[in-house]
Design a protein around this ligand. Sequence first.
Ligand SMILES: [Zn+2]
Length: 384
Amino acid sequence: MKASTTHAYQQCINPACAAVFGCDEVHFECPQCGDLLDIGYDWDKIPLPKTLSDFGKRWATRNNRLDFSGVWRFRELLDFCPDACKVSVGEGQTLLQQCCGLAAELGMNPTCLFLQYEGMNPSGSFKDNGMTAAFSHAAMVGAKASACASTGNTSAAMALYAHACGLKATVFIGQGKIAFGKLSQSMDYGAQTIQIEGDFDDCMRQVQDVCRRLNIYLVNSLNPFRLEGQKTIMLRIIEQLGWQVPDWIVAPGGNLGNSSAFGKAFMELKQLGLIDRIPRLAIINAAGANTLTELYNDKHLRWNNGHTDDAAIAAYYKGLDASGYRPHTIASAIEISRPVNLKKCLRALDVCKGVVRSVTDEEILDAKAQIGKYGLGCEPASAV
Ligand SMILES: [Zn+2]
């Protein structure tokens, strides 16, 4: 396999618009209709392997920094920038841990439960999968500065990658709404912090405004390149199962970037004939931040080939505003009531015949304790 130059484009996810833009352009949303952007590929121009197991041959050449990376080892499947632009700090050396004891305790077949441990990434969270992709794009377009709104993990990952490729990094935080360990980590990497009067939603609005006016590269989850990197979490799971597809993927649902990326990964792999079946997807909300559960289970919102019922979504959010609703859960990383990637997540649920469930804070803490008992550190959002 030989890495190629870019054969990718950005496309609006709304089929009524479907506007297309080059990957050399920087947009935070579709400039024509404001909807989410998605990355598409001219697959026939990309030198894809015949089987997924061909990617495994790169373990033999891991002195090459891109073959070492658990993201770029699969680079033909996210071929949006030349190799010279790819920024890597050794992300994705993560572990799929078989948890026989935990499975037995839960009454499952002991050999059938695995936990994907993403805490082994350089900044300590799965966010590195997406940041390596976003900053590679930032490097490709010649960005000089980056910014994000964050409650924790995103800021640390952004600051690490910005530092690695010489970009300035600014973190926007809400008053008192930050995990201080993560904030100090991003300051170690040289990030500047701006505290906003308000909550995460206010931060998000301000950071977008500032990025637009000052031409700063925005790395929040509406950045479609980040999700391309997050696809590789699924590729590593398949790899660690001996290139077999699992029956189910169970993932926490917050801003819904991961579930969106996972669904896109399986959709593309099936389309390319690299897998013969698609696993089912279970997305788990915290009960105190359960927008997806309410929209999907109660209001029966569906992907509908991209023709989503936007009026129903708007009415739901209007209702949240009217009642002064604020999400609240111990799983602070997924304490989000307006998930940015909602529509892409609906596509993932469609592709994977998914289900959505909610769990209480009490159930989250019980699960965290059970996982910890069998030797894996797990924060509340993962315990979900
Ligand atoms: Zn559009």
